[in-house]
Design a protein around this ligand. Structure first.
Ligand SMILES: NC(=O)c1ccc[n+]([C@@H]2O[C@H](COP(=O)([O-])OP(=O)(O)OC[C@H]3O[C@@H](n4cnc5c(N)ncnc54)[C@H](OP(=O)(O)O)[C@@H]3O)[C@@H](O)[C@H]2O)c1
Length: 331
């Protein structure tokens, strides 16, 4: 259902989308770093991924976020295949900056040079089966700001060549995001935002600079769905089974952290008001948080796609409900 509360314009790009994107990290399947640390979400069924993406399209989702590195190229291929002739009906966002080996599905390093950005873009276009990327995003969250300014200029060249329509930086640092925001065709910043992990400074930057906030981990990597009980380890090959330092809320070998689940439990009544599921309530909180937000929940099944797209039917939480959540969390 399209309402003014659930549609967004990406910066000044003119691209108008439903305020819900689908995040395609998990559908990339398994990949790892050179030490064997899993970087994907475990095994996936590509046919189910394709069905889930097409179901999302049927339910009105018009924005998909992926990265060249998810599944070492696999996520882009699956997304391109699923979109097929409907490519021009949607806004496709991908990312670059990490270097990987497609054959061994291994992350091998990173490259912040403009020359690599052009090579990475060419490869993404091929895998996605398209002639342009709508939103091209720098994936190196803590890249050097001086180098990033060069990459921003490279992105301006890509825009003038018609290879991309707009660009963004995926970072949680507002000062870095501001470096990209200075570019004419910067339309967004991708940053973490969920009801347990607020991002007031980044949202303030989005407001000041007229950017959309593309919100990753809107379900706190599954914790906000109520389907990750404490003490149940995640499958080997799932990044959450052996979480790196930047991934809180999970413990190696022990699954979801009881303290995080306790906070989810405390919010349950408010988030599930009005017939929402917990995941739908988590998305509704984000829409209520700021009119610039675009949550991009991950998914890997048709059922998850339907539940997450269904959040649009009920729109944002009320201001009173958001205030109640702040009170419960002591914010
Ligand atoms: N650096 C970056 O740029 C960066 C980093 C992180 C994410 N992202 C982007 O943001 C997207 C989303 O963030 P995220 O992957 O961190 O996590 P998320 O959206 O917070 O959580 C997604 C996970 O929650 C579970 N889930 C989703 N919908 C569900 C439902 N309705 N019911 C039950 N479980 C459900 C699924 O995992 P299970 O079924 O396995 O539990 C799913 O993979 C990614 O796909 C990616 O596109 C970007």
């Amino acid at each position: 259902m399209e309402t003014t509360e659930t549609t967004r314009t990406l910066g000044n790009s003119g691209m108008r989308i439903i305020a819900l994107g689908f995040g395609c990290w998990a559908v990339g399947g398994e990949w790892q770093d050179a030490d064997g640390q899993p970087l994907g979400w475990g095994k996936v069924d590509d046919e189910e991924s394709v069905r889930a993406i097409r179901r999302a399209l049927d339910l009105g989702v018009t924005f998909f976020d992926t990265a060249d590195t998810y599944g070492a190229g696999h996520s882009e291929r699956v997304l391109g295949r699923a979109l097929g002739k409907r490519r021009d009906d949607v806004v496709v966002a991908t990312k670059w900056g990490n270097v990987f080996d497609e054959d061994t599905r291994t992350l091998t390093g990173s490259d912040d040079s403009p020359a690599y950005a052009r090579r990475a873009l060419t490869a993404s276009l091929r895998r996605l089966g398209t002639d342009h990327v709508d939103l091209y995003q720098l994936h190196l969250s803590d890249a050097d700001p001086v180098r990033a300014a060069e990459l921003r200029d490279a992105c301006e060249e890509f825009v003038s060549e018609g290879l991309i329509r707009a660009y963004a930086w995926s970072t949680d640092d507002p000062e870095r995001a501001a470096v990209f925001a200075a570019g004419e065709h910067c339309a967004a910043v991708q940053h973490r935002l969920n009801v347990l992990q607020d991002a007031p400074e980044m949202l303030a930057l989005c407001e000041r600079a007229g950017l959309a906030g593309i919100n990753r981990s809107p379900l706190a990597m599954g914790l906000l769905t109520g389907r990750r009980p404490a003490g149940r380890p995640l499958a080997a090959g799932d990044i959450r089974s052996n979480p790196p330092a930047w991934l809180p809320g999970f413990t190696a070998g022990a699954g979801a952290d009881p303290e995080w689940l306790g906070r989810v439990d405390a919010l349950k009544e408010v988030l599930t008001s009005g017939g929402r599921t917990l995941a739908q309530g988590a998305l509704a909180w984000i829409w209520a948080r700021s009119p610039r937000t675009v949550p991009i929940p991950g998914f890997r099944t048709v059922r998850q796609a339907e539940e997450n797209a269904g959040a649009m039917d009920r729109g944002p939480l009320t201001a009173g409900q958001s205030a109640e959540i702040d009170r419960i969390l002591g914010r």
